[in-house]
Ligand binder design. Structure first.
Ligand SMILES: [Zn+2]
Length: 58
């Protein structure tokens, strides 16, 4: 499972602007706002985000 922070799209549950996206096989994705993002998605997105930042600082 891969998850990222996003500013694109809207939460699938409530329609608020999305804060997280969970990326699925086949190019599909789920989007979640801060409220509806599962904890695992938040953790995964934070990990993805910090590794991206580490790479961009080189
Ligand atoms: Zn929501």
């Amino acid at each position: 499972m891969k998850a990222v922070k996003t500013h694109v799209g809207r939460c699938d549950t409530c329609g608020e602007p999305a804060a997280y996206a969970q990326l699925l096989a086949g190019g599909r994705s789920f989007r979640f706002c801060e409220q509806h993002a599962p904890l695992l998605v938040k953790k995964q997105a934070d990990a993805t985000n910090s590794s991206n930042e580490a790479n961009s600082k080189k």
